[in-house]
Structures are given as C-alpha cells and as structure tokens.
Design a protein around this ligand. Structure first.
Ligand code: G3H
Ligand code: 13P
Ligand code: ZN
Length: 358
C-alpha cells in the first residue's frame, strides 16, 4: 500500500486508545528493523527523518528506501514523516520528496535554536498546514520548547556531564539543565502553556501537537528516575482536557534502558549515569491523548551496543554485515518492545480494514 498520512493513523489510534512510536531513521538497516518489528506485531508504522537524516542519506535514497518498505510490506500502513522541520521550505521540500507528514517546528526560529514568538509559530505553521493539506499531507506543530533548547543559564554539571552529555551525536548538549536540580524557573518556563496550546490549535489547524513537558532529546535526560517535578505528565492531562480532539506528541521519549547502557559500557563505550522517560509514564500519556511518541536514542543505543559487542568479541571481523545484522536485530527488539507497550501492536490489519486509508 502507498505511504499513508499521519492523520489517518492517529485518528485510528485515538479511536482505539493506543499510541504509535515514531522511530527516526538514517539508513536501510534502521528501516528494515522497524518494518520487521511491525510485521511481527501487526503494527502501523511511523518512520521519521530529521533534517540531519535527510542530508546524511539524501532525499532520493530515503524516498526509495521508504517506497521499498511500502512495497515489501503491503499489509503495513507506513507514514513517512519529516521530524523537526525548521522552516516552511524544509517542509515543502519533504512533501516534494513524498513525505506524507511534516513537522513544522515553529517553536524555534529557522536556526533551530532560538525560541520563536507565538505569532511567528502560528504564521509559519498555518502556512505549512494550508499547503500540506491541499496535498493530503498531515502536519505536526509544536508549542513550548523541549528541554534541549531551554535557554536557562548553563550549569556546571561536573566532569561526567560536561564530558559525556556533549558526546558527538548528542547535539542537545545542555539537556542536563532540566534535571532534578535545575534552576526551576529557567528550566520550566519553556514548558507548554495550555492556554497557548488551545489558541495555537485553533489558529493553525494542525493534525498533531507536540508539547513540552520536561523531556529532552538524547541520552542525558534525567539524573534520577524522573518524578512529576521534572516530567510533567500532569501537564499532558491538562492539555488533553482542554483539547480532547487534538493528537498529542511526545518528543524526547526514549527510555534509555539500563541494559543498553550496560552493554555499551561493557564493550568499551562511555556513558555517564542517566535516566530516560519510563515506559509507564508514556503509557499514562497514551491514556490522556498522546498518540505519537518519538524514539531515536534507544534505537541508536541498541545498534551501537550490538556493534561494539561484535568489535570487542571478534576483532578479526571486518565484513560490515557481521556487525550490521546484529545491530539491526537489536534495534528490531527495541521497536518490538515499544510497539507492544504503546498498544499499536495488532492494529495494522484493523486500520487497513477500517476504510480510513484510501
Ligand atoms: O530530533 C531528534 C532526533 O533524535 C534526530 O536527531 O538531528 O541528530 O538526526 P538528528
Ligand atoms: P529521543 O532522543 O528521546 O529518542 O527523542 C527523539 C525525538 O524526539 C525525535 O524528534
Ligand atoms: Zn524531537
């Protein structure tokens, strides 16, 4: 079946009270891992590519990989989503390349760093909604800013955080500012304001709304298992009360499992002590309108741990398939687990039968 819009999948998820993981991809093995997990669990799929992923893989490769996935798994509805579009132009070029859903992240300016005004956010998002809807493409907007772009004064987190929270690939190096001992005012002022959320949805007509509730991108989210003080699930409940018909999106939702941290450390990787978003908290969100859950870091960790293991245990190997196969298998395990926990498992066939997908 051709790639499908996000809206159809999330409408079905809302009607049937489940959430759908949105996994980030940059290459073929990651797409294969997701598709195999989806086949095994009968899950609808959201595959997303960041701007970085698009430039790493190039749009033509990505598009054809996604078309191959749709062709090889006709029984699985697949959404191809632009993650964190930084401008209308980025969203329009994604649409040109066949993405069926785009995120216009107007919570930040085009530099993807500077917090934007409410009016700017409404303007760019409404422009994208107008153009995207005319082509049957769905739009996710964001109100409030994730921890990673929190501009609270930088804190000295000591040698471990300073060294590890800024590892290459962890572009969100000051995520740590949102942890258990933050400057509460600075760190929390960027969270979604429910009043603004209501006005934003009314003014833009977005299909899905990303909200900031204290999560951040990357592996370094929390220093202890998060409490309601730093992971504001209560805010999700409030926003859902006010916007019961809006599909909510949780970014920065990797759980950063201890087992994966241990594997990475055991085979020579460096990771400071860290905690992610517990799966039970996401399940609580799903009961209150969360329909799309963004997961990238857990998949990265799973693949990296598996590759490190092969390198450490069999240093004589040099055929990329020898380490990419276990990496793909490890990512598949994470995808399977999330698809089951979020409740999307068992819903691909139901969605196909629902008549929602033309
Ligand atoms: O936005 C967060 C995702 O983890 C994508 O990360 O920009 O490094 O591809 P990236
Ligand atoms: P994680 O870094 O927690 O996996 O979040 C990914 C994300 O939000 C992509 O938009
Ligand atoms: Zn994100």
């Amino acid at each position: 079946m051709p790639l499908v819009p996000l809206r159809s999948v999330l409408d079905h998820a809302a009607e049937n009270n489940y959430g759908v993981a949105a996994f980030n991809v940059n290459n073929m093995e990651q797409i294969q891992a997701i598709m195999e997990a989806a086949k095994e669990t009968d899950s609808p799929v959201i595959v997303q590519a960041s701007r970085g992923a698009r430039s790493y893989s190039q749009d033509n490769y990505l598009r054809h990989l996604m078309l191959a996935a749709a062709e090889l798994y006709p029984e699985i509805p697949v959404v191809m989503h632009q993650d964190h579009g930084n401008s209308p132009e980025t969203c329009f070029s994604a649409i040109k390349y066949g993405f069926t859903s785009v995120m216009m992240d107007g919570s930040l300016m085009e530099d993807a760093k500077t917090p934007a005004s409410f009016d700017y956010n409404v303007k760019v998002t409404a422009d994208v909604v107008k153009a995207a809807h005319a082509k049957g493409v769905s739009v996710e907007g964001e109100i409030g800013c994730l921890g990673s772009i929190d501009h609270a004064p930088a804190k000295d987190h000591g040698p471990v955080d300073a060294e590890l929270a800024g590892e290459p690939g962890e572009r969100h190096s000051h995520d740590a500012d949102l942890e258990q001992e933050p400057e509460p005012e600075g760190a929390m002022s960027h969270l979604t304001d429910p009043d603004e959320a209501e006005r934003f949805v009314a003014a833009t007509g977005v299909d899905a709304l990303a909200v900031a509730i204290g999560t951040s991108h990357g592996a370094y989210k929390f220093k202890k298992k998060p409490t309601g003080e730093v992971l504001k699930m209560s805010l999700i409940e409030e926003i859902h009360r006010r916007l019961p018909n809006t599909h909510l999106v949780m970014h920065g939702s990797s759980s950063v499992p201890e087992e994966l941290q241990d594997i990475i450390r055991k085979f020579g990787g460096k990771m400071g002590e860290t905690y992610g978003v517990p799966v039970e908290e996401i399940q609580r969100g799903i009961k209150h309108g969360v329909r799309k859950i963004n997961v990238d870091t857990d998949c990265r960790m799973a693949m990296t741990g598996a590759i490190r293991k092969v390198f450490a245990e069999t240093p004589d190997k040099f055929d990329p398939r020898e380490y990419l196969k276990p990496a793909r298998e490890a990512m598949k395990k994470i995808c399977l687990a999330r698809m089951i926990s979020f409740g999307q498992a068992g819903n691909a066939s139901k969605l196909m039968a629902s008549g929602r997908l033309k």
